[in-house]
Design a protein around this ligand. Sequence first.
Ligand SMILES: Nc1ncnc2c1ncn2[C@@H]1O[C@H](COP(=O)(O)OP(=O)(O)OP(=O)(O)O)[C@@H](O)[C@H]1O
Ligand SMILES: [Mg+2]
Length: 138
Amino acid sequence: MCWATSQRLSAASPDFYALAIARGCSMKLVTAIIKPFKLEEVRSALTDLGLQGMTVTEVKGYGRQKGHTEIYRGAEYAVSFLPKIKIEVVVAAGQVDKAIEAISKAAKTGQIGDGKIFVSTIEHTVRIRTGETDETAL
Ligand SMILES: Nc1ncnc2c1ncn2[C@@H]1O[C@H](COP(=O)(O)OP(=O)(O)OP(=O)(O)O)[C@@H](O)[C@H]1O
Ligand SMILES: [Mg+2]
């Protein structure tokens, strides 16, 4: 719907602001970097929300501790990449808050390295088999 709206708006008016708003209203990509042993718990929590698809990738990364469990003031460190799991789930914009809450709750241990969640806007989705688009294609 939002893709169509933005197409219509861009045809009717070059108003960039209106176009940006229209585009921002559709779907969001929620990318979560989590501890690998939390994958099943997070997957289950997202499924409980009714989300039907996700992409999971084994990744390596580091955050503020640069992959170390302790940090000493002034000490120089080599960076260590730690194994993490990246979960990507595209949701209707109205479901973003629930998805963030579910991931946060399921992935949290309270220890360093619990991970991060990034949210970005998806402009257009196509379900290949049926040709459905945007939110109905999720
Ligand atoms: N700014 C960032 N950009 C991209 N990926 C990041 C970023 N920060 C963290 N990550 C990814 O998230 C993983 C987990 O980060 P982590 O939870 O250690 O963040 P942190 O800021 O160090 O928080 P904490 O102090 O709780 O450990 C990293 O291994 C990395 O893959
Ligand atoms: Mg960290």
